[in-house]
Write a protein that binds this ligand. Structure first.
Ligand SMILES: NC(=O)c1ccc[n+]([C@@H]2O[C@H](COP(=O)([O-])OP(=O)(O)OC[C@H]3O[C@@H](n4cnc5c(N)ncnc54)[C@H](OP(=O)(O)O)[C@@H]3O)[C@@H](O)[C@H]2O)c1
Length: 306
């Protein structure tokens, strides 16, 4: 099969399309003929050598994918050959999705309202947003501050929280405030003075704060909530210094993969959008990774099979 792959660590230019053996699903897994595969922040860190120095080459990047089921592993029920699904590969492997065929560990039906690109960029954002909202324990009537509400994970977290009946105050650059408002959040700017701005927007206080930006704002989030137990980050590795929980896949904590079916339902009802910044054919994977890393605009960069 064809696959995007790399044989050494480096910048986006180490990516090439080559031929590699097809994978097959193990028990509990399905294989899809990939139609789209979103690029995540972890793809770039892994490719640059910053995450797993012992990574085996060739490595196929990509964790998120959407496509058509073409093989079904032992014990799998509720899905048939030919079904259109979106999901994620084994998140611990951090790879395998940017290929002609990918083996998914968890998935849900592709909502008819989503393009392939939207579906291909959805799964780990949905899993992460679901996992963190669950861990914060917020629900109907709560107020949640999301630091980084305009990003790939943040935009999904805003919409899933709103669907749970939560009032969301979300930070982003001024040019993304309209987007945050369209998603159902009350926008504000990140950076110095955040506690004062949030106090004006949520005079009764916030019940929890979710940091998806990892930009050093945990001290402010502690000031705003007054309690480290009410703060959760997915991207700030100084969390233990502040007594704050750091949530990540494979941490042994309950995961959020059950959120994919909720997301599919909300999307079918027009209540969940995946923001796609750009799409590229698989042959332009190097350009796509460079685009994902240039930080201009918000949302996912997605590789598509045309
Ligand atoms: N632990 C996990 O399970 C997990 C899972 C997925 C991702 N992650 C990590 O989570 C982080 C976010 O991922 P993503 O894909 O959502 O990234 P993204 O799409 O690039 O979004 C980043 C967000 O941070 C905001 N931001 C940028 N600079 C900021 C600053 N100085 N202060 C506050 N906010 C700022 C951006 O706002 P503007 O664009 O409006 O400026 C945007 O809302 C990455 O580090 C990623 O590796 C962790």
């Amino acid at each position: 099969m064809f696959a995007v792959q790399y044989l050494r660590f480096g910048g986006p230019d180490v990516l090439e399309v080559g031929q590699i053996d097809q994978p097959h699903p193990g028990p509990g897994e399905v294989r899809i003929a990939v139609r789209a595969s979103g690029i995540t922040g972890a793809d770039a860190i892994l490719r640059s050598g910053g995450l797993r120095p012992d990574l085996k080459f060739p490595h196929i990047p990509g964790v998120d994918a959407a496509g058509v089921v073409d093989e079904i592993g032992l014990g799998v029920t509720g899905v048939a050959i030919g079904d259109e699904v979106f999901g994620a590969v084994d998140v611990m492997l951090l790879g395998g999705a940017a290929a002609e065929f990918a083996v998914l560990q968890f998935w849900a039906p592709k909502p008819p309202t989503w393009s392939w690109a939207e579906a291909g960029g959805a799964a780990t954002s949905v899993e992460t947003a679901t996992r963190t909202l669950d861990a914060l324990g917020i629900g109907l009537g709560s107020t949640l501050l999301i630091e980084g509400a305009s990003g790939a994970v943040g935009s999904v977290a805003v919409q899933l929280a709103v669907a749970r009946g939560v009032r969301v105050v979300g930070t982003g650059s001024p040019q993304n405030h309209d987007l945050i408002a369209e998603l159902g959040g009350v926008p504000t700017t990140y950076g110095p003075g955040l506690p004062v701005r949030v106090a004006k927007l949520a005079p009764d206080g916030v019940d929890a704060a979710l940091d998806v930006a990892g930009a050093g704002s945990l001290p402010d989030l502690l000031t705003i909530t007054g309690d480290a137990a009410k703060v959760l980050t997915i991207a700030d590795f100084t969390a233990p210094d502040h007594g704050v929980r750091l949530s990540y896949s494979g941490s042994g904590q309950p995961d959020g993969r059950h959120g994919l079916s909720t997301a599919a339902r909300l999307a079918a009802e027009g209540r969940l959008r995946i923001i796609v910044r750009d799409t590229f054919g698989f042959g332009r994977a190097a350009e796509a990774h460079a685009r994902a890393e240039d930080r201009r605009g918000s949302g996912k960069v997605v590789l598509t099979v045309s």
